[in-house]
Design a protein around this ligand. Structure first.
Ligand code: HEM
Length: 190
């Protein structure tokens, strides 16, 4: 099984858990201020993982070209909402810290994948009456799937001499880190 296939199969439970949490929190949104609370959590997650992972992309020119930081778009959305953003850092004990290129890549897998769910999240928020500050979730859909395919190619270029199981565990730990940002009482189930 390729690394991207193994990640998909073995992070499925983590995905279900955070997806459920996000949907639950969207259901309780009734104002832009409520929305900002959720957006802030995404910022903490994205900014934290990007800061820890991007330095390792320098090891691979294709990865460096392909991957762009998405947390700045959240800062833009806060401006659009005219809401002061409280910059909170992901606490270090929540988020596993990548120590090499492969770990950085599987951490970014969680971010890249979550942008696939973004347009669904944007639709749910629109139904809740949120009309602006949705650029981050809507994403740049023009070459969404192309970008995703290229990112999966990067994953599959990681040689199979690497410990795939370790990388899958790392990815699941990143999901859990986000779960804890979303809800302090989060408990991962495998
Ligand atoms: C309401 C919330 C969410 C919805 C509705 C949603 C929906 C989806 C959908 C439909 C896909 C599959 C896209 C495709 O293959 O065509 C997907 C993939 C993925 N999502 Fe989510 N998602 C949500 C939240 C999240 C969050 C919060 C994260 C991460 C923290 C996440 C991580 C991923 C990952 C890593 C994949 C890639 C799976 C693969 O390897 O194919 N998702 N999501």
């Amino acid at each position: 099984m390729s690394l991207s296939e193994q990640l998909k199969a073995e992070t499925l439970n983590s995905h279900k858990q955070v997806e459920k949490l996000v949907i639950h929190q969207i259901k309780n949104i009734s104002s832009e201020e409520d929305y900002a609370v959720l957006l802030e959590k995404f910022y903490t997650f994205y900014q934290g993982v990007e800061e820890l992972s991007f330095p390792f992309l320098e090891a691979n020119e294709t990865a460096q070209k392909l991957c762009n930081k998405r947390s700045p778009t959240i800062v833009q959305d806060f401006k659009e909402l005219q809401i002061e953003q409280a910059f909170r850092k992901a606490s270090d004990d929540n988020m596993p810290v990548p120590r090499n290129y492969a770990e950085a890549l599987v951490a970014l897998y969680v971010l890249e994948g979550s942008s696939l769910g973004g347009p669904y999240i944007a639709k749910m928020l629109e139904k809740k009456g949120i009309q602006r500050g949705l650029n981050f979730f809507k994403g740049d859909q023009a070459d969404f799937m192309n970008h995703w395919q290229q990112f999966k190619n990067l994953l599959n270029d990681v040689p199979d001499t690497a410990d795939y199981q370790h990388l899958v565990n790392f990815s699941n730990a990143v999901f859990s880190g986000f779960g804890l940002i979303l809800d302090k009482g989060y408990q991962p189930r495998q």
